[in-house]
Structures are given as C-alpha cells and as structure tokens.
Design a protein around this ligand. Structure first.
Ligand code: SAH
Ligand code: SF4
Length: 345
C-alpha cells in the first residue's frame, strides 16, 4: 500500500485539472485516460508516449491502483464470478456472464451496502466503503482481459447502492462509455438502484442514454418497507412519480426488478398491486427467482406463481421477462461468493 492517492479516483475533469496544474498541454489528459481506461496500464512507467519528466511528476503525486484477484469460480454455463481485493484489503465481487456474442459484466459500486435489504447477502453484511471510479472500471477491464473478449454490457448490479455513490458511479460509466476507454454503448450501461429518488431525478437529467433499473420487489408499501428498510423514506407513490418523470424526460423505459419470494410478495394481492403500479407507466418488469440467502429464511416462489405473474402482466399489456438463471452452481448471486469465503463454507 502507498500513501499517495490513486489517480483512478479522479473523474475526467479531475485529470484535466491535474494536467493543467502540472503546466502540461490539455491533450495529455486524454493520453493518460487512454492508458488507464483503454489499455489498463498498471503504472505511469507504462505510459510510453508521455515525457519522462511528466511520468516522474505523476509518480511523485499519485499511485495507479489495481485489483488483486482473491478468488474466482466458473460455472458450467461459462459464468464466472470474481472476488477482488482492493488496495486497503477490502474485498468486492463481480460476475462475467457470456451469452452468444455478448459479454455482460455485473460490477460492484460499494464494498457492502447500507440499505439493509433483508433478502440480500450484501445488505445483511452492512456497509464498508464507497468504491472509486477506477475500482469500478477495473472490474470490467480485468474481466475483459480474463475472458479474452470485449465487454458488450456492464451493469452496476453487484454489491452496493450506486446512487449512494452517485458521482463515482457516473464517472465510471463515462469512462466505460468513452472511446478512450472500452467504448461500451451508453444504452448497454445499466444502473440498478433500490429507489433513491434524488438519484433517479438526477439520473433523468444526465445527457447520456444510460439505462435505469429499479429494484421494486413489492408494490405494497408495508411489504416493501420490511424487505427494503433503507428506502422506507421514499414511498411508492413518489417512486412511481419519479419513474414516470424519468420516462417522460428521457423517452426510455426503466426496468423494475421483482424477486419472487414464496409467501412474501407472490400473493394475488401482491400481483394486483404490481399491476396497478405499472399500469400507465412506461416500464419493463423483470421477474427474478430469488436466490435464497443463508439465514434470510426466504425461499423461492413456486414456478406456478411465476407463471401466474407473467400471464397477469401480459394480460394488462405490461412488458415483462423472466431473468434466465446463470451461474447458480457457483452461487453467482452477488454477495454470495464473499459471504461463502468469509464464513469458510
Ligand atoms: N443496490 C442496487 C444494485 C445492487 S443489487 C439495487 O438494489 O438495485 C442488484 C439486484 O440484485 C437488485 O435488484 C437486488 O434487489 C437483487 N438481489 C439482491 N439479493 C438478491 C437475491 N438474494 N435474490 C435475487 N435478487 C437479489
Ligand atoms: Fe444494497 Fe441492493 Fe442489496 Fe438492497 S439489494 S442491500 S440496495 S445491494
């Protein structure tokens, strides 16, 4: 570990300011960004088209952070889960999901999470710290290297709540989107939030066409409050209003994630509340079979209930899909590899 800050904790404007402070021409910022986010340079020394004097100045002020691979597991379907150790010893995880010509990376935005969702392995472990932009983009670059192919999609759906770390998450998305970085199309970059309204409103005004997903899990206030205690202060009618404004402002369709849990949110009453919530809202419902997390007491809803939900949504002309399960043999639900390592089973 070093006492110098990680240059990858800076956003693009931060690198531009640094370059100006060092009295260097503005184009140097772009060169540095290309090295860090396009080519995954591990040191300033690697940046061969920068003058030696500039490399030395950068070296005296900043470090180039990197992730150490702590563990990985590959599923029989090709999904690969990674556990990374950050420079201060904290661990986070990500998943690489190949499908045809696509490779999707699910990355973490925080170590741990403060929101405390009761069905979520990360939420049950509490909050550790925010990740920097570079700690997010490195998960994507390293998985691309490891799998030997380009990442087509990246989703902030690993550990953490992206809108509780808004600036760093947006800086990471911008590096991932940039032609100086991996150049992933904005529509192929998705943020999943538990429903922090200030974040949704702000996200609606961003110029890029990034994709929004919101974890709903229940359209009944009481049930949602129990499942997701961290968003109790953001009531459902206001969430719906923020989503509706998002759709109007951006012309894009947010995804609503709904993990079906037996006897918790799979009843007829829960379904009817979901239909009411979605009716007239531009949205897409993604039904997810819940991954039973140890100690949560939650079990997956019966397949017959999933079919009833799908049919009722279709009958109400609400677009929906059932998330294909990937990597269940390696506990690829985010938070689970870390939990497994920590508990030693
Ligand atoms: N904090 C953000 C993003 C990370 S969680 C959010 O909550 O949206 C990514 C997704 O995984 C969320 O939709 C979350 O609700 C879901 N999830 C968490 N634990 C799960 C589990 N045990 N089974 C199924 N989905 C789960
Ligand atoms: Fe945090 Fe998302 Fe897990 Fe909730 S589901 S605890 S918001 S990571």
């Amino acid at each position: 570990m070093t006492d110098r800050p990680d240059i990858k904790s800076l956003d693009r404007a931060g690198i531009e300011r640094l370059v100006a402070e060092l009295g260097e021409p503005a184009f140097r910022a772009r060169q540095i960004i290309r090295w860090l986010y396009g080519r995954g340079a591990a040191s300033f020394e690697d940046m061969s088209d920068l003058p030696a004097a500039l490399r030395a100045k950068l070296e005296s002020r900043y470090a180039v952070g990197s992730l150490a691979l702590e563990a990985s597991e590959t599923s029989s379907d090709g999904t690969r889960k990674y556990l990374w150790r950050l420079s201060d010893g904290v661990t986070v995880e990500s998943v690489g999901i190949p499908a045809g010509d696509r490779l999707t990376v699910c990355f973490s935005t925080q170590a741990g999470c403060a929101m405390g969702c009761t069905f979520c392995a990360t939420g049950r472990g509490g909050f550790v710290r925010n990740l920097t932009p570079g700690e997010m983009t490195d998960q994507v670059l390293r998985i691309s290297d490891d799998m030997g192919r380009r990442v087509s999609n990246a989703v902030a759906m690993g550990q953490g709540e992206p809108f509780a770390n808004y600036e760093a998450t947006l800086a990471a998305l911008r590096y991932l989107n940039s032609p100086d970085g991996p150049g992933i199309g904005a529509r192929h970059l998705t943020v999943s939030t538990c429903g922090i309204l200030t974040g949704i409103r702000r996200f609606s005004t961003e110029p890029e066409q990034f994709t929004l997903a919101v974890s709903l899990h229940s359209a009944i206030q009481r049930t949602r409050d129990t499942l997701m205690p961290g968003v109790r202060s953001y009531p459902l009618p206001q969430l719906r209003e923020a989503l509706s404004a998002y759709a109007t402002q951006t012309g894009r369709r947010p995804t609503l994630e709904y993990a079906l849990i037996a006897d918790v949110n799979d009843s007829d009453a829960a379904l009817s509340a979901l239909v009411t919530f979605c009716r007239g809202l531009l949205c897409h419902v993604n039904l997810i079979p819940v991954n039973p997390v140890k100690g949560s007491g939650f079990a997956r809803a019966a397949e017959s209930r999933t079919r009833v939900f799908m049919a009722a949504l279709a009958a109400a002309s609400i677009e929906s899909s059932l998330r294909a399960e990937r990597g269940t043999d390696i506990s690829a639900a985010c938070g689970q590899l870390r939990q497994k390592r920590l508990s030693g089973d």
